[in-house]
Design a protein around this ligand. Sequence first.
Ligand SMILES: [Fe+2]
Ligand SMILES: [Fe+2]
Length: 138
Amino acid sequence: MDFLQWNEKYALGIQEIDSQHQSLFLLINRLYRQMIRVSDPIEDNEILDELIKYTKVHFSFEENFFDKISFAESDKKLHKMEHLNFCAKIEEFQEKMLSGEEGLTTSMMIFLKDWLKNHILKTDMTYKIELDKISAPE
Ligand SMILES: [Fe+2]
Ligand SMILES: [Fe+2]
């Protein structure tokens, strides 16, 4: 069984965003598999780096997307703040890895997993709800 299992409850019903979220699940699972086998710091960083880059691609896609819909400015701001904080956190992991201070750890994997699950279910879902309101018939 995968470390992070995709399931329908994570689906926003917006195809491009759902498939980006699935790619993030895959990358976290790859990083987890990397952690449990004999780790190689260069390979560890390659996967982490891929995750960081793809996360940023996804975040900007999402921010562009919800900037276009009528969605409270304060919600957009909070949402972007969550994205920024997450990026800062994973970049901090990477710095620690590159300096040799820390390798891939279970607590880091659990952080990634919990953050992504909660963010999709609580924060990303809010713009899906706004979109549903717009497209719902009167
Ligand atoms: Fe988001
Ligand atoms: Fe997202």
